[in-house]
Design a protein around this ligand. Structure first.
Ligand SMILES: [Zn+2]
Ligand SMILES: [Zn+2]
Length: 266
């Protein structure tokens, strides 16, 4: 089948123009699938011939995938100001931006059975656009592969929830293993604001568990940080640092026009 230029043959698109009240757009099945569909898009997506025999409509696989993608977005915990941002939300002409967008295009061009393995360590000062770029990556990956992805803020979510899991008066008591497992197993993970943790022995150990297990499972991890990776090496355990080097492409995000261009948008 010829590759669809609209959806990259994933069959699912995010339609930002179809704005309904209360939402910013809509995930839906691409025209290339709708054109072939003869079931009217009605569950269980069956078609009947004149003799009363039924078969599955050609749209069925994609419609079921759409439900998976919708669920993944719902559970992604991407902050609202970064949610529903895709490649098209980052059109600025700058070498660093072009490089990142080039990676996103490579993701889109992958065949469905071709995995994406590269992680990223995106670093730059506050307001440099790194969190937006990380969020775009995450959302492109969820859309392309129809697998779960999560956004986590280390200090505010990960460590504070883990600590609460040790407090026997807290509702999260005893859930520490579950919190860690969830982040180890999710196929795509953004770790936002890396390096701001206090780096106590306990925090370093937990972080190493997370990073090393994701490395072993070949999961995709996208990290944002204010710190140059070599500065990070000074403040943290060397073994976390060397794992990151093995898992991630290091990209310095320094977009001079970013603040002005995007201040209205995010
Ligand atoms: Zn299409
Ligand atoms: Zn159909």
């Amino acid at each position: 089948m010829k590759r669809c230029r609209v959806c990259g043959s994933s069959g699912i698109i995010y339609d930002r123009n179809n704005i309904k009240a209360g939402s910013q757009g809509e995930l839906k099945v691409c025209q290339c699938i709708e054109k072939q569909c003869t079931c009217g898009g009605i569950e269980p997506y069956q078609v009947f011939d004149g003799n009363g025999n039924h078969s599955w409509c050609s749209c069925r696989g994609t419609r079921m995938k759409l439900n998976t993608v919708k669920k993944a977005f719902k559970e992604s915990q991407i902050p609202s100001k970064y949610k529903w941002k895709f490649r098209e939300d980052f059109e600025i002409n700058h070498p660093t931006a072009n490089k990142i967008i080039g990676f996103v295009d490579t993701i889109r061009d992958k065949k469905p059975n071709e995995k994406w393995k590269d992680g990223f360590y995106l670093w730059g000062q506050a307001g440099s656009g790194k969190t937006l770029l990380a969020s775009i990556f995450l959302q492109e990956l969820i859309l392309k592969y129809a697998q779960s992805g999560k956004f986590v803020d280390l200090s505010r979510q990960f460590f504070s929830r883990l600590k609460r899991s040790y407090d026997n008066t807290d509702e999260l008591y005893g859930t520490g293993g579950q919190i860690l497992d969830e982040l180890i197993n999710v196929p795509f993970l953004v770790i936002d604001d890396f390096g701001v943790q206090r780096n106590t022995d306990w925090e370093s150990e937990m972080l190493y568990n997370l990073i090393d297990s994701r490395y072993a499972e070949e999961r995709v991890t996208i990290i944002t940080s204010n710190l140059n990776i070599s500065e990070y090496k000074k403040v943290a355990m060397g073994r976390v640092y060397s794992r990151i080097l093995e898992m991630c492409k290091i990209v310095h995000i320094d977009l001079p026009d970013y603040r002005e261009k995007f201040s209205n948008q995010i």
